[in-house]
Design a protein around this ligand. Structure first.
Ligand SMILES: *Cc1c(COP(=O)(O)O)cnc(C)c1O
Length: 423
């Protein structure tokens, strides 16, 4: 059972000022969740979450998370600039990019971000971009192969394919990289790896931690480099489908602590800081896409057309992802209708739900599409001339603030200013 953090009454009130569709975020939920994460890892003195900006690139959200002790994980110029404009810089910024343009390394260096090198060939590249190797630097590891967890009759609990992923260095390259970085004057070192996405298992982080902790011990033995931080990156998931079991962040924190005690502490590395770069886990449940039913269509199937489309939330269209839907005001009504809920794009994949059991939907009903707080608005686009929606924030005191206005048709045409005469 998924309960929206908004009511029909609140949405009716909000739409007097801000028409649908819009994304709305829940400040109270965001803060409470961030506090749980910090509590779960409070056993580690240097623990820090670097929020993956790409999940929800909005300055007001970054500010809230920064107030809760989080830094930012950036991967592009715009994300670095946004972070810096919010006042998040220096050691509070991780720059985990790949295939990176030189200006972005230069800017990351200028604001003191910790650069996480995706490849060994980036060492001379960063040297050139930053006028030397930064004092604090990190390397991204890719163990290759297939990463699996928890085999059962239903298959693996987690399965992903690092060997096919473009990110990170091999172990041999990693060893070489640390040696070179040390020779070039780096003083503080970290390691990072991202092996699986949206995992629904309390075992993922501990399993990743074991791989990285054992490697950290080996790095110390082989190169003499003692890591000061290990970045478990993102990948802790959420249950989009209410039938799934949510991760327990306390069990995850405890699982990582056990491996830390088993592997790092006996190797004299009990002062290594644990970093995370969570995106989805920090934000997904605390965002809704709110949309209105504007058409019903009865052909070979029953369709409900809404005023949002895949340009506002692409996950169902491109990944076939499940996003739960609540019809506001009908939370307790029987689910005795079966609908495809569609957007307006001229693409048949533009469906927020297929054959979904829902209560009878009437024109003008408001639908909450759940778990859009991460990789929702962020993955928007302008296909079919659809415009970006507004982003709203439900404050802790119950008031609502607009934190990004909706795009207008003038915004859409702004990049053509000055070109009309040349036609
Ligand atoms: C996307 C990404 C994250 C965040 O991933 P989530 O699955 O949203 O937690 C963290 N680090 C890097 C380098 C990423 O690319």
């Amino acid at each position: 059972m998924k309960t929206p953090f908004v009511t029909k009454e609140l949405i009716e009130d909000i739409t007097k000022t801000y028409p649908t569709p819009f994304h709305i975020y829940d400040e109270k939920g965001i803060r409470a969740n961030a506090r749980r994460l910090y509590e779960a890892f409070s056993w580690n003195k240097g623990f820090k979450e670097y929020f993956a900006v790409k999940a929800t690139p909005n300055p007001s959200i970054l500010k809230i998370l920064h107030e809760e002790g989080c830094g930012t994980d950036c991967s592009s110029m715009a994300e670095l600039v946004m972070s810096e404009k919010v006042g998040i810089k220096g050691n509070d910024v991780m720059f985990s990019s790949n295939d990176t343009p030189i200006e972005e390394f230069a800017f990351a260096g200028k604001i003191g971000a910790t650069i996480n090198l995706d490849d060994i060939t980036h060492i001379p590249f960063v040297e050139e971009a930053c006028g030397g190797i930064p004092k604090r630097v990190s390397c991204r590891y890719n163990p290759g192969g297939v990463f699996t967890l928890g085999e059962s009759k239903e298959g693996f609990q987690v399965m992903d394919n690092p060997g096919d992923a473009k990110y990170g260095m091999t172990k041999a390259q990693l060893m070489e990289a640390y040696k070179t970085l040390k020779e070039k004057g780096a003083e503080e070192f970290g390691m990072h790896a991202f092996l699986a996405s949206n995992t629904l298992s309390n075992e993922y982080y501990p399993a990743l931690a074991k791989i990285l902790f054992e490697l950290a011990v080996e790095i110390k033995e082989v190169t003499g480099v003692q890591l000061s931080f290990i970045n478990l990156s993102g990948g802790v998931g959420i249950a989009y489908d209410p039938k799934g079991t949510e991760n327990d962040i306390y069990a995850i924190g405890e699982g990582v602590r056990k491996v830390y005690e088993e592997v790092l502490v006996p190797a004299g590395m009990g002062n290594v800081s644990i970093f995370t770069e969570l995106g989805r886990f920090m934000m997904a449940p605390y965002g809704h896409l709110v949309t209105k039913a504007i058409h019903e269509k009865h052909t070979y199937k029953e369709y409900i057309g809404v005023d949002a489309c895949a340009a506002n939330l692409m996950r169902p269209a491109v990944y076939g992802s499940y996003h739960h839907i609540t019809v506001l005001g009908k939370e307790d009504a029987p689910l005795d209708y079966t609908y495809d809920v569609t957007g307006s794009l001229c693409e048949n994949c533009d469906k927020f739900a297929i054959d979904r059991k829902l209560p009878k939907i009437d024109m003008g009903d408001y639908l909450v599409i759940h778990d859009t707080g991460a990789h929702g608005f962020a993955m928007g686009y302008n296909y079919n001339g659809r415009l970006w929606s507004a982003e709203l924030l439900l404050r802790e005191d119950g008031s609502v603030t607009e934190i990004r206005r909706a795009e207008t048709i003038d915004d859409y045409f702004a990049t053509l200013d000055g070109f009309w005469d040349a036609i």
